[in-house]
Design a protein around this ligand. Structure first.
Ligand SMILES: NC(=O)c1ccc[n+]([C@@H]2O[C@H](COP(=O)([O-])OP(=O)(O)OC[C@H]3O[C@@H](n4cnc5c(N)ncnc54)[C@H](OP(=O)(O)O)[C@@H]3O)[C@@H](O)[C@H]2O)c1
Length: 302
């Protein structure tokens, strides 16, 4: 999702050659293949948008894969980038790697100040290693390896698998299916009370390019909207966009995850960037993309 948004954004830049590899073309866990790629292509800057990602259920069920695959790909890519002279490397962390009970809104200096959310601990540990490795390369070798900490993302190309997807696409699919089936009600996972922030993925792509233009960027900087809403409010908003008019129920027997996640984006704002897509507008654009992909059979459900 992020990689595709970056490509859309980079199409507007006339002065750069974009080098892309899909997983089929280059498995980033394969160290020698990664090294070969850097040797042949010699990129000047790298945005590392690959990772094994997923929602609570996927994270909780496959911690071994979340830790090892992400660590392997990060070690191979960051190491090879350094060895082949890349001077600018932008790694993607995530706000879900901050401590579970971080003070809200979450500032960048709260990383590693408390226990992690248990349901995505493996993913968070891998991401923290990636972030710190970039910081260590920068400190030890004076290369500009740095990171962005995006909040929850949504937008075109998201994953709509019923168990493995993130909350927003999962809700969109369930509410769409419920409307199509004429279901009288939909039950959402948890109490509906946790508060979350959502950033439209094309805004993230724009922020990442902005970060690459900063001469001496912070080691990591939050990228979000600075605004949040409860999962129940989000569900009601998506229901409105999708046209689902039935009842929305909650299921408090299911875990909620982190009670609140709102990022402090003052560093990013101070550097001259702010998001431009309102949540409802972004959800409408995302739903248009969902319907288009559903119709032509390209909806992602893995
Ligand atoms: N989505 C969010 O809400 C969110 C929030 C904060 C941060 N982020 C971060 O943003 C980045 C991109 O996330 P996304 O939402 O765009 O996820 P995505 O749509 O699943 O994209 C990740 C891509 O990485 C590829 N990949 C995974 N392991 C690979 C490997 N070993 N070799 C080559 N390619 C590999 C995946 O290929 P396959 O499709 O073949 O698996 C997929 O194309 C990640 O670092 C993620 O942690 C995402």
């Amino acid at each position: 999702m992020v990689g595709s948004a970056l490509l859309r954004r980079l199409q507007r830049e006339s002065n750069c050659r974009v080098i892309v590899r899909t997983r089929d073309e280059l498995n980033l866990e394969d160290r020698s293949a990664v090294s070969r790629f850097f040797h042949e292509e010699r990129p000047e800057a790298v945005i590392f948008a690959a990772a094994r990602v997923g929602g609570i259920q996927a994270n909780d069920s496959f911690p071994v894969e979340f830790l090892t695959e992400n660590l392997n790909a990060q070690l191979a890519t960051i190491g090879a980038a350094f060895e082949h002279g890349v001077r600018r490397f932008l790694f993607l962390g995530s706000t879900c790697i901050y401590p579970r009970l971080a003070t809200q809104p979450i500032t960048e200096n709260q990383l590693l100040t408390g226990p992690l959310e248990p349901t995505n601990e493996a993913y968070a540990l891998a991401k923290i290693c990636g972030l710190k490795l970039c910081q260590y390369y920068r400190r030890q070798y004076q290369v500009c390896f740095h990171s962005a900490m995006p909040t929850n993302l949504y937008g075109p190309g998201d994953n709509y698998h019923l168990q493995h997807s993130h909350v927003l696409p999962a809700l969109m699919r369930r509410l769409h299916d419920a409307r199509q089936a004429g279901q009288p009600e939909v039950t959402i996972w948890g109490t509906g009370a946790p508060r979350r922030e959502f950033l439209y993925v094309d805004d993230l792509a724009d922020a990442l390019l902005h970060l690459l233009t900063i001469d001496d960027p912070p080691d990591w900087v939050n990228v979000g909207t600075g605004e949040d809403q409860s999962i129940l409010e989000l569900t009601q908003l998506i229901a409105r966009v999708v046209g689902f008019e039935g009842e929305i129920r909650t299921d408090p027997s299911k875990p909620d995850g982190t009670p609140r996640k709102l990022t402090d984006i003052s560093q990013l704002r101070a550097s001259g960037w702010q998001p431009s897509t309102e949540l409802e507008q972004g959800i409408r654009l995302t739903y248009d993309d969902f319907k288009r992909r559903l119709a032509d059979g390209t909806l992602r459900m893995v």
